[in-house]
Design a protein around this ligand. Structure first.
Ligand SMILES: [Zn+2]
Length: 257
């Protein structure tokens, strides 16, 4: 292996998935702004304690359409970036599984908030597909229990009141500190500890590029802030990254890291 290659870290939030039809619960038009009561549906305490909360929660997941959603031009641009041969790591706050589904290698995607594509029993910890649980809801089980032990099923996501997986968070911090370019896409950068990642990257000397419709706290210190819609902006940004605009050298060698 020849000279060290620039490492690209891409942090993605809800904004990258809205063009795939997945609502941004936290954004300005989001469900949690319109209906603050909806937040208890994804808060671990009420979810475990109250079967009525779980029944509403399953209906919300059924209606959210996250199962069966397809990656959009933003997700595919990151696949193009990865296939350019640059070392790319995607850190995502999204639980929709669309980065994996778009064709990014699983080992290059860190799902900071877990995945809504799977469910887990809080008692015996067995996992299973979300699609199966939603089939049971559609078939008339309002609060499907674990088929193994009868325990409560929850999505494999980090709910409010739950901590992020420390191993995953450590990896994300290490990538942020090691990268040469940190791109934050479709995230308001307001929810900690994930919101601390751009700071770690900046302190380690990386450049920061932000692609988001609304202002973020990092805009004043970013190398560049892009406000255009993500599905348009990200393919254009990826072409510039591949051309070496942010890392100082074009990608001449298509070899992998
Ligand atoms: Zn169980």
């Amino acid at each position: 292996m020849s000279a060290k290659r620039p490492l690209i870290a891409v942090l993605t939030g809800a904004g990258i998935s809205t063009d795939s039809g997945i609502p941004d619960y936290r954004g300005p038009q989001g469900l949690w702004q319109r209906d603050p009561g909806a937040q208890e549906l994804v808060t671990i305490g009420p979810y475990l304690a109250d079967p009525r909360v779980r029944r509403r929660s399953w209906l919300m997941r059924r209606d959210a359409g996250a199962v069966g959603a397809e990656p959009n031009a933003g997700h595919l641009a990151l696949v193009e970036l990865e296939r350019s041969g640059l070392p790319v790591r995607v850190l995502t706050q999204n639980v929709d599984g669309l980065h994996r589904r778009s064709g990014l290698p699983e080992r290059k995607v860190l799902e900071l908030h877990g995945t809504a594509q799977q469910v887990q029993c809080v008692r015996c910890r067995v996992r299973g597909p979300m699609a199966r649980a939603l089939e049971r809801v559609a078939a008339g089980e309002p609060d499907p229990a674990c088929e193994e032990c009868g325990g409560v099923l929850k999505p494999c996501t980090v709910m409010f009141g739950e901590a992020l997986d420390p191993v995953v968070l450590d990896q994300a911090e290490a990538i942020a500190k090691a990268c040469d370019l940190f791109v934050a896409v479709g995230t308001l950068l307001q929810v900690y500890p994930v919101a601390a990642l751009p700071q770690a990257a900046l302190e380690a000397g990386a450049r920061l590029v932000i692609v988001n419709a609304e202002p973020t706290p990092y805009d004043p210190v970013a190398h560049e802030v892009i406000r255009e819609p993500i599905s348009l902006a990200l393919p254009a940004l990826v072409r510039r990254i591949i051309a070496g605009e942010f890392t100082g050298e074009p990608v001449g060698d298509p070899g992998r890291e």
